[in-house]
Each structure stands twice: as C-alpha cells, then as structure tokens.
Design a protein around this ligand. Structure first.
Ligand code: GLN
Length: 305
C-alpha cells in the first residue's frame, strides 16, 4: 500500500504546480506549491502515508463537517435542518445562497460559507470563546491529537480581509437567520477555519466519519450513527462545492476540501483519507489532491457507486 501511495504521488506531482494558492487570504498565499502529502487510515487500524503527510496547514472549509457535527450534537437533526437545509447549491463556496427572491433556509447548505456561518450561530456555549474551545476540543478528539491549535497568523489574515464573508453574515442577519452579534459569529468562523492540521489529522477525522462515529483506537462513540449518515450524505452532494458532481463520478466517496489545500475523504466502513496540496483549481479544490484521489479510487475500487 505504501508503495502504491508513493507511485500515485509521483504521478500527481506535476499537477501540484498547475494549481494556484489562495490569495484572497494573504497568509495562505505563502504556501509552497510543491507540498504534496497523503495519509490513509484503514478500518482495520493499519495506516499508510507518503510525501508531506506531516506538514501543517489551515483546515479552512474542512472544518465545516465538524461544525455541522457539533451543531447536530447540540441541537438535534430536526432543529439544525429547519435552520440550514441539505440541498446541494451547485454554486461556488462563497456564493450568496439566500436573497430577497430566494428567502428559504432550504437554500442554505452547511458545506458552503453562507450555510456554515449560519451553523456557527447554532453552536452552544456561554460565550463565543467557549464555543470555539468546544469546537477545538471536538476537532482534537476526532483527530486523536490533543496538540491541534489555532494558527494565529491565518486567523488574523482572514479576519482582516474577509469582506465577502462579512457580506454573507450581514445578509443572514438581515433575513433573521443569525441571532447573535455578526462580528462575534464571524470571529468564531474565521478562527474555526484557521485551525492548523496535517493530512494525518484529516485521515483520522475521516475514519471516524467512515465508522459513523466511533474512534479508531478505542471504539468510543463520539456522535450518533445517524449524524454520521447526515454529514457523509451532505459531503457527497456538496463537499466539493460546484465540483461535487464530477467528484462523485470520478472518485465516488464523500469528501470535503478547503482552500488551505486539504481534502478529507471518507470511504464508508473502509477508511479515512487526508490529503494536502495547496495548489487549487478554479473551484477552490486541491488540484493534485483530486488527481490523487481519482487514481487511488480506481486502484482500490473505492467508489460507493
Ligand atoms: N475560510 C474560507 C472562507 O471563508 C473557507 C473557504 C474554503 O475553504 N473554501 O473563504
């Protein structure tokens, strides 16, 4: 398996340089296009890796499934679903999904920014400081890594430049879809996106989703089985934004990308996969990362279809 990962990594290396690093968050523009890493954790406990699997990067949108899990654990499925829908948007990650003409929570989706910001408003805690600590603790628990921290530089960089997300949050407020103070919610969202992880962390989190809620080493249940189904289903239909259809055909597993270059893939009952390659395609998904997953899926028959 390790030899296969090495082989596929070398095949995909040329694609890494064809991607573009995200520049709208200035700190992310410093990423090295040559970084490429993969980590696989199988349900039998065996793990394999290649390349820069241990390099830290900002989790960015890969936090969205964890935010959704925490919102489900705090509020239950019925309430979360009444506030943020489950239909794929078919639009870019920063699109405006509700307007005066389309004013329905059904048009929000937790895997794109507007829906994820609405989800932030559903997390329990006495203060946004406490809410962030709860999110960080859940991320650490799912990844089996107590050392996971906030990347302060990425957080401040995004906080200073997040104009589009501010616009989305103020629209949500206008429409009564966000109860709390807009700047507090945004500060929480920017921090959430700036948590620093490795491919290994994403693979372990993916493996918990692949087992629908149990930790790989202890079998301890972290979340209800049906929440695993809920999150995995939305990852399948919207985890790669407006690239989710092609990804379903070409790779065929639930996955989530982030503009930091991470992809977390979930192969239900079989494995979690974490990938890092910061060169992005025009939809904001890791270009070499998708190439790598396509090849791995073909070789290991990973598609759930
Ligand atoms: N923090 C990023 C943003 O809100 C997350 C987007 C992404 O990873 N696609 O723009």
């Amino acid at each position: 398996m390790e030899a296969l990962l090495e082989e596929l990594l070398e095949q995909c290396r040329p694609y890494a340089r064809q991607g573009k690093v995200a520049t709208y968050i200035p700190e992310l523009a410093k990423a090295n296009l040559d970084d490429l890493g993969i980590y696989v954790l199988r349900s039998d406990g065996q793990h394999f890796h290649a390349g820069d699997w241990n390099k830290p990067f900002a989790i960015q949108s890969v936090i969205k499934p964890i935010l959704l899990l925490l919102a489900l654990m705090d509020n239950g499925e019925e309430y979360v679903r009444s506030r943020v829908g489950v239909e794929a948007t078919g639009k870019p990650f920063d699109a405006i999904n509700v307007t005066d003409q389309t004013l329905l929570s059904d048009h929000l989706n937790p895997m794109v920014n507007m829906g994820a910001i609405a989800i932030c408003g559903l997390i329990h805690g006495a203060s946004y400081e406490e809410k962030f600590q709860r999110l960080l603790e859940l991320t650490r628990k799912l990844a089996g890594n107590p050392d996971i921290q906030l990347d302060q530089d990425v957080y401040l960089s995004e906080k200073h430049t997040g104009y589009k997300n501010r616009a989305l949050a103020f629209l949500l407020k206008t429409y009564g879809m966000l109860e709390d103070d807009v700047e507090e919610v945004l500060d929480f969202y920017f921090k959430a996106c700036s948590i620093s992880v490795t491919s290994q962390d994403l693979a372990v989190i993916g493996s918990v989703l692949s087992s629908h809620g149990t930790l790989p080493d202890s079998e301890e249940r972290v979340f209800d089985r049906e929440y695993g189904n809920y999150v995995n289903a939305i990852l399948m239909t919207c985890g790669m934004y407006d690239g989710s259809g092609a990804f379903a055909v070409n790779v065929g597993v639930p996955a989530k990308s982030g503009v930091g270059g991470g992809i977390m893939a979930v192969v239900p009952t079989r494995m979690g996969i974490g990938i890092f390659s910061p060169g992005l395609d025009e939809k904001g998904n890791s270009l070499a990362g998708i190439q790598l997953l396509e090849r791995l899926s073909n070789r290991l028959y990973l598609s759930i279809f």
